[in-house]
Design a protein around this ligand. Structure first.
Ligand code: IDP
Ligand code: MG
Length: 140
């Protein structure tokens, strides 16, 4: 399988509870490497643009409010099959459906405050990485 890069975000519910290290350890234990990282506060415009694909969904407004409610950690993860591997380590969107040992099963508070974001396909991964990082910021 090819080495890929994917975009990961540690969401405000997790930074608020000081869980960034525990979450990053899950990625590293799965063989994913953090090759870029920044702690930041998303603006309203950033969050609306990033989640633009969901703008017609009923939860969009709440999701944007949640994503700007505290700091996030945006990061690029690299590894064999990184896009799917990250999704596997994250677990299902709704923590009630997430498998044992996944980040969302262990840490998520709700379907909305579910601790992590991960790109879902090669094209979205490329676009989401570009949204936050310049090539120079990514060091494999
Ligand atoms: P994903 O993060 O597992 O890819 P998406 O369907 O892309 O899930 O949804 C993006 C984010 O929107 C979720 O991670 C979650 O924070 C939020 N979300 C998704 N579905 C719901 C919902 O039914 N109610 C509230 N928030 C939701
Ligand atoms: Mg998604």
């Amino acid at each position: 399988m090819a080495v890929e890069r994917t975009l990961s975000i540690i969401k405000p519910d997790a930074t608020r509870r000081n869980l960034t290290g525990k979450i990053i350890a899950k990625f590293e234990d799965a063989g994913l490497k953090v090759v870029a990282s920044r702690r930041m506060r998303l603006s309203q415009a950033d969050a609306e643009a990033f989640y633009g694909v969901h703008k017609e969904r009923p939860f969009f407004k709440d999701l944007v409010s949640f994503m700007v409610s505290g700091p996030v950690v945006v990061q690029v993860l690299e590894g064999e099959g990184a896009i799917q591997k990250n999704r596997d380590v994250m677990g299902a969107t709704n923590p009630a459906n997430a498998a044992a040992g996944t980040i969302r099963k262990e840490f998520a508070e709700s379907i909305e405050a579910n601790s992590v974001h991960g790109s879902d396909a090669p094209e979205t991964a490329a676009n989401e990485i570009k949204f936050f990082f310049r090539d120079l910021d990514i060091v494999g």
